[in-house]
Design a protein around this ligand. Sequence first.
Ligand SMILES: [Zn+2]
Length: 732
Amino acid sequence: MMPTAPRRTAIFGLMLVTLVGCSSKPSKPDQPMSSATKASNPLLGAWTGPWGGVPPFGRFKVSDLKPALETAMAENLAEIDRIANPAPATFDNTIAEMDRSGHELDRVASIYGVYTSTMNDAEVQAVESEMEPKLAAFNDRIIQNSRLFARIDAVYAHRSEPDLTPEQRRLLWLRYTRFVRTGAKLDNAAKAKLSELNQRLASLYTKFRQNVLEEEGTQMILLEREEDLAGLPAPLREAAASAATSRGKTGQWAILNTRSSVDPFLTWSTRRDLREKVWRMFTMRGDNGDAHDNNQIITEILKLRAQRAKLIGYKTHAHWQLEDTMAKTPERAMELMEAVWKPAVARVREEVADMQAIADREKAHIKIAPWDYHFYAEKVRKAKYDLDENDIKPYLQLEKMREAMFWVAGELFGLRFLPISDGSIPTYHPDVRVWEVTNAQGRHVGLWFFDPYARPGKNSGAWMNEYRPQSRLEGEIPVIVSNNANFVKGKPGEPILISWDDARTLFHEFGHALHGLNSSVTYPSLAGTAVARDYVEFPSQLLERWLATRPVLDRFALHYQTGQPIPAKLVEKIERTQTFNQGFITVEYLASALVDMKLHLAGETPIDPRAFERETLAALGMPAELVMRHRTPHFGHIFAGDGYSAGYYSYLWSDTLSTDAYEAFAEASGPYDHAVATRLRDHVFSVGNTVDPADGYRAFRGRDPGIGALMRRRGFPVPAAGAGTSKKATAQ
Ligand SMILES: [Zn+2]
């Protein structure tokens, strides 16, 4: 349900556009190192090797990271000083020049991003703790550089001049808007006040995150007797035993306070009393009235965000956050969420009725409660669909799925992937492999790094990372991207079997990679996945759909022992379960997204988070049998940073686009329709942020998106025209 957002490295352009300044007291500028030091740091200087150079993996030490970042930041500040000169400002000497600057920092920050996400040992963590505040302060210095902003402002005043291309006009608008949005237009007193608010918010975010981490890391339900394990499959018992052992409770079993520990317990445990206990622990994170309670922190965060929005000139934090998204206003996002809410709640009622029927047949003498949902949903799934995950796995081999993704990229976009196994492209770990990517004309378009296995120091989950965006501003610069996952490495020579969900995630992240690889723009800060938050998951969610296409399954879903393709009967079962449990999935997500938006629309009204959540859910008609996916006191997406605050709706927004877009193929000759695929590349996958996403989508689809496809995909009744992201909702 919740795809992992692409993890972007702290590329200068992105830091500039996405971070809000956090410090009013930037440290003294670091002096550039002497040229002798610079020459001795392998991270500094242009990348060497083929195709515009490749990252110098294997040639530097972790201890080179900090001095390289410091030198690159100082260099970038000097570049910005040169741009902020007294000569008359033009698009080329100001806006374009900003895209020509910061390359040293781009390169170093890219490698820093790789190390903090995939090689994060104690030494890297120490560098990270020291450098994060410095990077934030650096960002502040650029945003609050009034000479620089005066030039951007001057160019923006002449934005309608005919000699600007549409891409240049878009870049100018984005630069200007993002500077203004982060306070560039304020007077000095207001700038100081803004920085003060940002600093206080930054420490509140850290405290919020630490409180949740503390409760997730220390709270657990200890099971002391064998009968407490009733219903749990052997692998879960083993995991619980080793969790207890590692916490000094050998001979017992521990259910930890994390989703990956709690959800399987709620699904399989036949002990209703323990399910309730585990469920209560998990849903009360950050809300226990003790030293780690987050309620007061939330009240203050909401108050400061409202003040900040007002200071910069916006009605609410939600209005501020949505301005540069595809939805553009909170009202449009709310319209979509409200259109889906009622049918999703109606589906929950049906799902609960199915579960209650089973409980009644079994004479359980219960009324379905939130701690029963996963448990009875599983029983309904078996009864209705007779589908066992273990029947699918033997057909899903990791390397075959990778080949399937390559084949799909070839069919849709004409891309070819050629392995580079001669060691000519260095990597940061022996498990990482590299492919060269060429287009239909045989021209080099980029490199694809694949880092598939779990290891200590690597983030959990799966993500895409961009080491270098495509651009043409200073000659053709090819893209370098990576896909990262956490599969358990098998024995040498043995295939790694993955689940259907994991295969879908592979395709999802590969969709982000193709968004980067297909990029064809002039300015690097507009390339590939540098698009609005509620648009970036659209290409990736869309690509997931090709996993279930017939040619992929027939050619690549082959039994690891017999080589036989997956039987049609099994595929039909998979297809039939697509709409299963969608009531639960949609309502638990939407309840969080709606509360998020309403909290950030409330303005400066003081908020009691407990009462607000209770009253909002009651007014919405939240079914009693489930809770928000993320309750307010531990909703890290929205309180551990600005990130997805007033933005949790984005996943649904993107899914509206991806389901609607996939139907364009169905309306033509099918998923491999050449004309539709070409339009998809030309108007979505190749344009990056050079066009307004609503315009790009319209050019691809011939019309605005509607929510019909989303509703069909989830098995909900399709409303009459006019709801959701209909014409009205996306009108400019
Ligand atoms: Zn994603």
